[in-house]
Design a protein around this ligand. Sequence first.
Ligand code: ZN
Length: 340
Amino acid sequence: MLTRREFLYQTTGTLAAIAGASTALAQKSGTQVFYDRSVLLHQPPADHPESPQRINAVLTKVRQLEQQGRLSVITPHAATEEEILLVHSTDYIKKVRAEIAAGRQTLSTGDTELSRDSLTAALAAAGTVVSAVDAVMTGRTPTAFCAVRPPGHHASANRGMGFCIFNNIAIGARHAAKRHRVNRVLIADWDVHHGNGTQEVFWSDGSVLFFDVHQHPWYPGTGSPAEQGDGKARGLIVNNPFPAGSGRAQILKAFRERLVPAAASFKPELVLISAGFDSRAGDPLGQFTLTDQDFVELTDLLLVIAREHAGGRLVSVLEGGYAIDGLASAVSAHIGRLAG
Ligand SMILES: [Zn+2]
């Protein structure tokens, strides 16, 4: 009996003759990790929790899995202004450019630190999700993980806040609709903070089911169950606030008992995850108690939803996660599961 890795190595020669070695290996892998080193260029002050070290720690784990032949790492393209405009206003993009050019330390719209190359990093992060959506929608890989920062889910059309500049996952969802004619996208957000930006972007959209578990009361204060969307999107915003100290019992239950039936009725054609790991036990910016095993089970649940309704297409996007070792460990558990 061959292990998966041995099988991959033994079949590489034959497959390489047909399609090229790297392509063949990628097609055999269950997941691809999308990473653009430009995301390291966003540099808040040294004591800030949202640091480049987060991505370095994640990448160490990613490279280990890559060496085991379990995934491939893909270099994405940076987002174009047209792609950013799928979610954000021209005025907001101008404001971001102007404030960075003026040397401002923080974005005037909210608590997001800026550095000289923050725009380059933010465009790289958004483009990473666009590239991953393209790969999944064209069948180059069934699933993808985007190793990005700054995070995105607090950013709305006209406002960055909460360490976020552009809403990476919202741009990915809109790109899927525009480029690949995807009519229904599920965004599941397990970051400890409410994804207020994503909620706002899709508040009356109708093409996105937004399911969010978050600590409450906690930053940014939104995410009441009464916030359910409007117009075509009425009922497509599903908020699940839980008090500090909540974990597996509450969160897995919410995913099983509320998301699974909501997805069955919505029938998403693409599954996106706002994968924030500040909901893991020990994070300095949250008080949930999820473990790596819980993230494995949440990943499995989303994979089942993707396979049942969306042809297996799933893109996971890094959001928060500020305990460096805990983040790396949780991401490793998560993408290890995506790799199969
Ligand atoms: Zn967060």
